[in-house]
Design a protein around this ligand. Structure first.
Ligand code: DGI
Ligand code: FE
Ligand code: FE
Ligand code: FE
Length: 187
C-alpha cells in the first residue's frame, strides 16, 4: 500500500485536528530521521499511523487488550494509554504492517520505555515537538532536538511526568522506565 492510500484510509478514523497533527508528526519524524540517520520511510509511516486507534471506543480498545498478548495491567491505567499498544496491533490487521520497529514505535509512542530504539525515540519525540504543540517547555525540547535525540526525549519525559504529577494522575511504569533509562544514557 502506498503512503497516499494509507493517509486516505487513516483520515476517516481521526478528527480533522488529529489528522493534521498526524501529518505534522510524520513530517517532524522525517526531519529527525534525516538528522539522526534513521529510515525516513519508516519514520513517515510510523508517524502517519501512530494515533490510528486514538478514537476507538474504550470498550473496543479494552477488548483488544483482553484478547491479545498486551499486558492486562494497562486496564488499571487511564484509557488514554491504550491507543498506542492497540494501534500497533490494528495496523498489522488493517494495513499489513509487519515491521516490528514500526509497530514498536506506534506501541510505545505515549509512554516510551526503557532501551527505546532510534525509531521509537523519533516518534516519541516527534509527537511531543510537532509544530502544533504548545506544552510549557516545548521550545527548549525543540532546541535540544537539533543536537541530541536522547537528551530531547529525556526533557519530554521529564515535562510529561511533571505535568502528570501536577494533575495527581497515576503514572504507567513504562513512563518511569523511559525517564530512568534516558537519565542513565544522558548523564
Ligand atoms: O495521542 P496524543 O495526544 O498525540 O499524545 P500521546 O499519545 O503522547 O499522549 C496522550 C496523553 O497521555 C497525554 O496527555 C499525556 C498522557 N500520558 C503519558 N504518559 C502517561 C499519560 N497519562 C497517564 N495517566 N499516565 C502516564 O503514564
Ligand atoms: Fe497518541
Ligand atoms: Fe492481554
Ligand atoms: Fe499523537
Amino acid at each position: 500500500m502506498n503512503i497516499d492510500l494509507i493517509k486516505e484510509k487513516v483520515e476517516p478514523h481521526l478528527t480533522i485536528e488529529r489528522y493534521e497533527h498526524t501529518l505534522r508528526v510524520a513530517e517532524t519524524a522525517i526531519q529527525l530521521a534525516i538528522r539522526f540517520d534513521a529510515s525516513k520511510e519508516k519514520a513517515q509511516l510510523a508517524g502517519i499511523l501512530h494515533d490510528y486507534a486514538k478514537y476507538r471506543s474504550k470498550e473496543e480498545l479494552a477488548s483488544w487488550i483482553e484478547t491479545s498478548d498486551l499486558p492486562n495491567t494497562l486496564l488499571d491505567f487511564h484509557h488514554e494509554l491504550w491507543h498506542g499498544p492497540v494501534g500497533a496491533l490494528m495496523v498489522e490487521r488493517d494495513f499489513g504492517v509487519e515491521d516490528l520497529e514500526i509497530r514498536n514505535a506506534i506501541h510505545y509512542h505515549t509512554t516510551g520505555r526503557a532501551k527505546m530504539s532510534k525509531l521509537e525515540m523519533i516518534i516519541f519525540l516527534a509527537d511531543y515537538i510537532e509544530p502544533g504543540r504548545k506544552f510549557p517547555g516545548v521550545d527548549e525540547v525543540r532546541k535540544t532536538s537539533k543536537q541530541d535525540l536522547e537528551h530531547a526525549c529525556l526533557m519530554a519525559s521529564q515535562n510529561t511526568i511533571r505535568y502528570l504529577m501536577s494533575k495527581q494522575a497515576t503514572i504507567y511504569p513504562d513512563t518511569f522506565h523511559t525517564y530512568n533509562d534516558l537519565t542513565r544514557r544522558v548523564y
